[in-house]
Design a protein around this ligand. Structure first.
Ligand code: HEM
Ligand SMILES: *[C@@H]1O[C@H](CO)[C@@H](O)[C@H](O)[C@H]1NC(C)=O
Ligand SMILES: *[C@@H]1O[C@H](CO)[C@@H](O)[C@H](O)[C@H]1NC(C)=O
Ligand SMILES: *[C@@H]1O[C@H](CO)[C@@H](O)[C@H](O)[C@H]1NC(C)=O
Length: 330
């Protein structure tokens, strides 16, 4: 091998090593539980108080916030890019045409918690919107009776937000098991993570249009849907219903964060086709049965999976910053 070739091989090796190490650092490098201990030691209680106040005013805050976190993480990583408002003719992530689902109360929760954090002089412009959304999600889940868990912090806010970045990144409510598994795998989450995270549908609302094909039309009612549940949904979502009408995703315990989601699937009461398929597909049914039976095991698996979700595409160093206003890029 000539000197030129050797140099080339050495350069290649360096490239490979750099790529491998940066790949490993991208997702979790700077996330730590005590990330703000030095700059804003009370950040968690400030956020918790703001979220509790907002939930007391409007309970739908819980679902709205958890849903916002999920969308944020799956589109460009957990970087609060979903919070950014459109400006002029540049359409942001949140204004993607298919956004009926992002309820304003989720945005409002983060904006209010950010204002509370920034009202403390020491904390002003030191805590990212992405971390505030992560803490608010944890607090919303706990306030609804779900598990409380320690959050990892240290995400920076993203530097861009475009409607086109949403394309193909989110699961659709008619996805089958393979499609669901695949889109979660793209984000480093396993099939079990996907199943347990779907239990976020133990609370919150869905617009009639997201499941109308199951209760009305050529193939309705969906044979995997409980007949009396289908009749109830047909009454709640009549033909030509106002597209803004939404129903509880968990018909049995609509405001409690619990493992009822899995029990509902066992009786054919999953609202979305993508929920019910977790039970009708024999490959995921045993997992659904296990979590329907054991609430403590469900809570543990949920906490582990939502922690993993919070690591998706985390921005560090030059990839992000701390936004002064969550709705505007600095
Ligand atoms: C597994 C694939 C998933 C699909 C296909 C899916 C789809 C949907 C759809 C269609 C809605 C109704 C939106 C609307 O009409 O307003 C919804 C609501 C919701 N989703 Fe998911 N979702 C999935 C996973 C998740 C995950 C992983 C989370 C969080 C960890 C989540 C949290 C929520 C919440 C909290 C709501 C209620 C929103 C509210 O009350 O405003 N979803 N989801
Ligand atoms: C908006 O669109 C106009 C014309 O289509 C273009 O000239 C202008 O540069 C655009 N502005 C931004 C901010 O993209
Ligand atoms: C959804 O997008 C539309 C424009 O497509 C926008 O008017 C609306 O405010 C957006 N909704 C939310 C909650 O951001
Ligand atoms: C349908 O749901 C009801 C409760 O709403 C339940 O008692 C019944 O067993 C369910 N039917 C089936 C076939 O699972």
């Amino acid at each position: 091998m000539g000197a030129g070739n050797l140099r080339f091989a050495a350069a290649l090796l360096v490239l490979v090593v750099t790529a491998a190490s940066s790949g490993a650092t991208v997702c979790v490098a700077q996330l730590r539980r005590d990330y703000y201990a030095g700059v804003c030691p009370n950040v968690e209680s400030i956020v918790r108080d703001a979220v509790a106040k907002k939930v007391r005013q409007t309970f739908i805050t819980v679902g709205a916030t958890v849903h916002l976190f999920f969308h944020d993480c799956f589109v460009e990583g957990c970087d609060a890019s979903v919070m950014v408002a459109s400006k002029g003719n540049s359409t942001a992530e949140k204004d993607h045409p298919n956004n009926l689902s992002l309820a304003g109360d989720g945005f409002d929760t983060v904006i209010k918690a950010k204002a509370a954090v920034d009202a403390v002089r020491q904390c002003r412009n030191k805590v990212s919107c992405a971390d505030i959304l992560t803490m608010a999600t944890r607090d919303a889940i706990a306030l609804a009776g779900g598990p409380s868990y320690a959050v990892e912090l240290g995400r920076l806010d993203g530097l861009s937000s475009t409607a086109s970045s949403v394309n193909g990144k989110l699961p659709a409510p008619f996805f089958n098991l393979d499609q669901l598994t695949k889109i979660f795998a793209t984000n480093g989450l396993s099939q079990a993570d996907m199943i347990v995270l779907s239990a976020a549908h133990t609370g919150g609302l869905a617009h009639c249009g997201t499941f109308s094909g199951r209760i009305r039309g050529p193939t309705a009612p969906d044979p995997t849907m409980n007949r009396s549940y289908a009749a109830r949904l047909q009454a709640e979502c009549p033909a030509n219903v106002d597209p803004r009408v939404a129903v509880s995703m968990d018909a049995v315990t609509p405001v409690a964060f619990d493992n009822q989601f899995f029990k509902n699937l066992q009786s054919g009461m999953g609202l979305l086709a993508s929920d019910q398929v977790l039970y009708s597909d024999p490959r995921s049914r045993p997992t659904v049965d296990a979590w329907a039976r054991r609430a403590a095991a469900f809570n543990r698996a949920f906490v582990a999976a939502i922690t993993k979700l919070g690591r998706v595409g985390v921005k560090t160093r030059a990839q992000g910053n701390i936004r002064r206003n969550c709705a505007l890029l600095n």
